[in-house]
Design a protein around this ligand. Structure first.
Ligand SMILES: [Zn+2]
Length: 342
């Protein structure tokens, strides 16, 4: 089948590849429809590695996908051929200790699309365990289906923050993950979501979605948060930038007893001011991908509480996948999500 293959750092080809996939009793075969390009895909393309994960053999990219079921294994009850679906890209060992404890995303044996050596989803068809495949509601299209993956990160982060009605949240970073986190926080009951970045075009989009956008190059974030919270501070701070400067100041806009959720992944270890956290008795949470977040993300889309359509800023055809990656490596500043349609 045709696939977008990362041969090695900086070298992509759209070519035939043989992937030995057997349809097991509990699997479905899916014709892929739409795939979102993620920062991690671009990073593998540019550098051939993320931390300890190194691309040593040609690997198909992509992990944000929607499609249509074309064949279902004999044991599959909840899906049939013709169903429009989205797929959760990380498959744990269901018998691992982490999986049995509900933390299947942390299972060291998890096989995650487009994380070497596992092939991703930028290919014509794939086989996937049906338990990690979710039917799209009638009113949710393939575009939004592909973006359930990043939305799941936001849902997981909002859940970890234990948002209460009326909370004020601050999200640092207005990339895709920052924006979907802000959306999940709003849907979760926040009265106000402030979002901070240094790129004005990204902030303009966030503002058009109802978020309070702050350009930290120009404005004093702590002062604005104080003004919007009767001087008290934000109940929740989501760190979604991974930037060292942002992490070092993450407790400043937080209220006493507030929660900080670390979502962004700094490329190197960065200093954190422990005393700044202690004097506020801050509760610190971290997330790694997500677990059990797809059903909630889909319900938010179906109910209209979250609308992902404005995030799709650029669209390419499968034949132009390489051009799509070249673009995503150096996108215009207003770009949020580039999708590829098969
Ligand atoms: Zn992603």
């Amino acid at each position: 089948m045709k696939a977008l293959v990362l041969e090695k750092a900086g070298q992509l080809s759209l070519r035939d590849i043989y992937i030995d996939e057997h349809l097991g009793t509990d699997d479905v075969r899916i014709k892929v429809h739409t795939v979102g390009i993620c920062g991690s895909d671009v990073h593998y393309y540019q550098h051939g590695a993320i931390g300890l994960f190194v691309v040593r053999h040609p690997m198909v990219l992509g992990h944000e996908a929607s499609g249509t079921v074309i064949e279902a294994g004999a044991g599959v009850k909840h899906l049939k051929a013709g169903d429009r679906v989205c797929m959760e890209p990380g498959i744990p060992d269901p018998n691992s200790r982490a999986a049995r404890l509900g933390m299947y995303n942390l299972d060291p044996a998890v096989r995650f699309w487009a994380t070497p050596p596992v092939h991703g989803c930028l290919r014509e068809t794939l086989v996937h365990p049906a338990n990690f495949v979710f039917k799209l509601p009638e009113n949710v299209g393939f575009d939004e289906g592909a973006l359930v993956e990043p939305l799941a990160v936001g849902v997981h982060a909002a859940r970890k923050a234990q948002i209460k009605p009326g909370d004020v949240a601050l999200v640092i970073g207005a990339g895709t993950i920052g924006i979907v986190t802000a959306m999940a926080a709003t849907a979760g009951g926040c009265s106000r979501v402030i979002i901070a970045d240094v790129i004005q075009e990204k902030l303009d989009l966030a503002a058009s979605l109802g978020m309070i956008a702050v350009n930290v190059k120009r404005d004093d974030l702590n002062e604005i948060v104080a003004r919007l919270t009767f001087g008290w501070g934000a109940d929740v701070v989501f760190e979604a930038s991974g930037s060292e400067a942002a992490v070092s100041k993450v407790f400043e806009p937080l209220c006493l007893g507030g929660r900080v959720v670390f979502i962004g992944m700094p490329p190197h270890p960065v200093p954190v001011d422990i005393v700044a956290a202690q004097v506020k008795e801050a509760r610190v949470e971290t997330i790694f991908r997500y677990a059990h977040a797809y059903p909630r993300a889909l319900l938010l889309l179906e109910s209209g509480k979250v609308n992902l359509k404005p995030l799709i800023t650029d669209r390419y055809r499968f034949e132009d996948s390489i051009a799509a990656f070249e673009y995503a490596s150096n996108p215009r500043p207003s770009s949020v999500k580039t999708v590829i349609e098969l």
